[in-house]
Ligand binder design. Sequence first.
Ligand SMILES: C[S@@+](CC[C@H](N)C(=O)[O-])C[C@H]1O[C@@H](n2cnc3c(N)ncnc32)[C@H](O)[C@@H]1O
Length: 259
Amino acid sequence: MSVIKLYKGDCLNVLKAIDSNSIDLIFADPPYNLSGEDNLTTKNGKVAKLHKGNWDVIDNIHLFNETWLKESIRVLSNYGTIWISGTLHNHPSIGIILKKFGLWIINDVIWFKRNATPLLSKNRFAPSTELIWVASKSKKYYFDYDMAKKLNGGKQMKNLWEINAEKHKTIHPTEKPESLLERIVLIATKEGHTVLDPFMGSGTTGVVSKRLNRNFIGIEIDENYFNIAKTRIENEKNSPNLLSDLSNVIQIKFQSSLL
Ligand SMILES: C[S@@+](CC[C@H](N)C(=O)[O-])C[C@H]1O[C@@H](n2cnc3c(N)ncnc32)[C@H](O)[C@@H]1O
């Protein structure tokens, strides 16, 4: 059974109530900081709205990142890892702060979406990637290399992950694919470990953590998204025997997808 704790509130405050060195994995999908950009036109003439919501409009994004990351690093166990996803609009800031706080940057995982929306706008490449920083407080951190290999059909896993965007299960505009979180949770934790998501959104990390028998702490500031995440996580079942089944499923899904 996993222990699930969900907090409706600002992670800048809620994180302060979490014990130091108590978290095995932090998956953070913070505001993208792209909502000020113009919309893009897609190939079929539709407008791709870059405005994700008011939560994505932050005055001083670097200061915001520094504040939540400082507390996140405090609560992260010395053997844990922090994974932070985002696009070019935020990842330079995150990288600088990880270095400033003396974290060990383990990997930059490039998540490639082959099915990304094609663009009609001829002023840039069609965005199809997100970058996930992977970092730790020490060089001794939990990383299940064999699991990664197993999930990749028996071959060493590279830092380029091809995972297609999935049909959303909720109305959240930036809901992550469950298969992305399954991969991260399986590699970065074992059963009974505790996962924290300070920007829970629609609850994808919580759903996957519960499914895989990990404890979970989720924080979300928006009441509507909080309620969506709560219902979604409540409806998910712990699955004691899922691990072996899931490995097979993921293996098949990813077998032909990596370079
Ligand atoms: C990029 S989305 C996360 C999406 C999530 N990974 C999912 O799969 O649904 C970021 C979320 O962080 C929330 N948020 C923004 N600022 C916050 C803060 N200070 N504390 C807690 N949540 C915040 C937003 O409301 C939004 O739902």
